[in-house]
Design a protein around this ligand. Structure first.
Ligand code: UFG
Length: 322
């Protein structure tokens, strides 16, 4: 059975569905602070557990026969991590140490981990491959890098098998419309653009138009959440002969303005726009070299057109259940 920590969250819930669709048995553990109980597939077992409560973790490993863990459970607001680093270091780093202790004491040595392109910091070159220097510029990115480093030490000392998946910008929703993105507060570009189109907020504010990019707005690599889910299954299956870090992106960059145009195309409606200053800590361009994921995992992202990603996001945004 696979334990999915944080399986009620955005990427976690899509991975749970994908694992179940592919014949895996799954137990989801989540503290439901940011996750949604309604996002958890009814075929999965569900346990309310918190990484900062070692007793609840022990009970989990006692109750279920767990062969591998996929670990999504983390706080992930970059801005908040600057204001409240303690919250991030405790939950993300201490929480993962607790999880690792529970795993090892129950003989579980396989983990797939949600890492991020934020571990690279300001890019020195693009596309970003896994050898790119890692100099995160905020506490959130530093917590993820620390965990990657902890895994390498635990591999040497305890034989931990680990794959850290460094996501670029997760986007979209399940093709069948059953689950999707729902953050509170919402800070991400695509859902905010769609909400502006729906009239739920006045306008989307474009953070900076004077970047060194073709249209002056920031370029990001938007990767569909179902492609991320697939990569997690492939990573679990690969743990027996590989440990390390792997980028997950399409390798294609889209600017903020291109996202707005694509959203207008798929919704058939105009997006109200206003222009604001740059947001602190936003690099001009981030996109992945994804060759390693292709070679090591045999992974190939299916969603390579931004309109197709936006179409699933729009379908979710107008029909969302939570
Ligand atoms: N943006 C706007 N207006 C908004 C929101 C975002 O113009 O209202 C722009 C941002 O400046 C950025 C792009 O849209 O250029 C994407 O912003 P998001 O907030 O959607 O995503 P980020 O690239 O900032 O963040 C993502 C992940 C983080 C991760 C980070 C690494 O969500 O978890 O990539 O850079 F840390």
């Amino acid at each position: 059975m696979i334990l999915v920590m944080g399986g009620a969250g955005y990427i976690g819930s899509h991975t749970v569905k994908h694992l179940l669709d592919n014949g895996y048995q799954v137990v989801v553990a989540d503290n439901l602070i940011y996750g949604h109980r309604a996002a958890v597939d009814a075929r999965a077992a569900f346990i309310h557990a918190d990484l900062l409560d070692p007793y609840s973790l022990d009970q989990l490993f006692n109750k279920f026969e767990i062969s591998a863990v996929i670990h999504f459970a983390a706080f992930a607001y970059v801005g908040e991590s600057v204001q409240e680093p303690q919250k991030y270091y405790f939950n993300n780093v201490q929480g993962t140490l607790n999880l690792l202790r529970a795993m090892l004491s129950h003989g579980v040595k396989d983990i797939v981990f949600s890492s991020t392109c934020a571990t690279y910091g300001e890019p020195v070159y693009t596309p970003i491959d896994e050898k790119h220097p890692q100099n995160p510029i905020n506490p959130y990115g530093r917590t993820k890098l620390m965990i990657e480093q902890i895994f390498a030490d635990y591999e040497r000392a305890y034989g931990l098998r680990h794959i850290s998946l460094r996501y670029f910008n997760a986007a979209g929703a399940s093709a069948d419309g059953s689950i999707g993105e729902s953050h509170n507060p919402e800070t991400h570009l695509i859902p905010l653009v769609l909400k502006a189109i729906k009239g739920e907020c006045k306008a989307i504010s474009i953070f900076g138009t004077d970047y060194d990019t073709p249209d002056g707005t920031c370029v990001r690599d938007y990767i569909h959440v179902e492609d991320l889910a697939l990569a997690h299954r492939l990573a679990v299956e690969k743990l027996k002969d590989y440990s390390g870090c792997i980028n997950l992106g399409t390798g294609i960059g889209s600017s903020v303005k291109e996202i707005i145009v694509a959203a207008e195309q798929v919704s058939g409606k105009k997006c109200p726009v206003e222009y604001g200053p740059r947001r602190a800590g936003d690099p001009a361009k981030l996109f992945a070299d994804n060759q390693k994921a292709k070679t090591i995992l045999g992974w190939n992202p299916q969603y390579t057109h931004i309109q197709d990603i936006l179409r699933t996001a729009w379908n979710w945004e107008v029909n969302k259940r939570y």
